[in-house]
Design a protein around this ligand. Sequence first.
Ligand SMILES: *Cc1c(COP(=O)(O)O)cnc(C)c1O
Length: 359
Amino acid sequence: MRIHNFNAGPAVLPREVVLEAQAELADTAGTGMSILEWSHRSQEYDKVRGDTERDLRELLGLDASWSVLFLQGGASLQFAQVPMNFATEERPGGYVVTGVWAEKALAEAARYKEGRTLWSGKESKFTRIPSAGEWRCTDELAYVHITSNNTIYGTQWRELPQTGSVPLVVDMSSDILSMRRDVAGCSLIYAGAQKNLGPSGVTVVALRTELLQRARKELPSMLAYATHVNADGIYNTHPTFAVWLMGKVLAWLKRSGGVAAMEARNRAKAELLYGEIDRSGFWRGHAALDSRSWMNVTFRAPDAAAEAAFLEGARARGLVGLEGHRSVGGIRASLYNALPLESVAALVAWMRAFEQARG
Ligand SMILES: *Cc1c(COP(=O)(O)O)cnc(C)c1O
């Protein structure tokens, strides 16, 4: 049975990349060894890392003013590392709280009184992204932190906000390289790889190198961004396999037409699924219409029993990973770059059949 993988992360990878990795694993790049056995200081790994960084810079539009790091600890460590490096009690980080991941990021800053809520969607059940007039960023802030796509609730910033001279920090874990984004107004971007970039185990951090001048000095070495930048991005052992595979995903993305082509594909997938949700009134979408995510589509059936039956039938048809996040329930379809349109078509066909049987 063909599997349609709607997992939220780790998530679907391009099939051809998985097969390529399989074919190259035992004897990678003619070294007589697998990538798993290479030194992270070898010439061969240097090339892998260099190519991966080059493609990432090209696809994200990062010029020489940015440093790019491949770190570990997930986006969750970035929740703490950002305030540790840049926030103080006098100059706190400002947080636009659009979901649970943003709440967690704020909590890490708030632990040392270094975080401030600029807006929270908690009372409206995180169904929407605020408009520009609903929150303000003021000059005493060390930075403004946003979550570009809210993986759990299925909401997404269509445009990144303008924060003037205050650095903008963006958790792009679940929509990096899924649509064109102007990074000109950003100062730090981070993303766990396991949604749109590759396997779990590596976190991409891109920051404007000049930002380091404002960074706190007295930190454990591993937690100071400067340590990694000053070591030319390779202070300690890299997650070499994850970086290698991410490089293959980026090469696939480039030969598939780049970010603009991904955006067109992702938009088509999202429109197909939202079109079905809106068609009859049987399904209910969670997100407000103008805040809908193209990456994670969240919706409900009329009741919990119907949801359970829908999910069970989905599994029987090879449609996996559709359970909503444990904190919200319902149904969530993650439509990351590597998910083909046919998978969404298969989901929509099952939604129709289910509705006809029940409706
Ligand atoms: C998945 C996710 C995280 C958490 O990532 P980890 O790598 O598990 O730490 C953080 N933020 C967003 C937006 C996510 O989607």
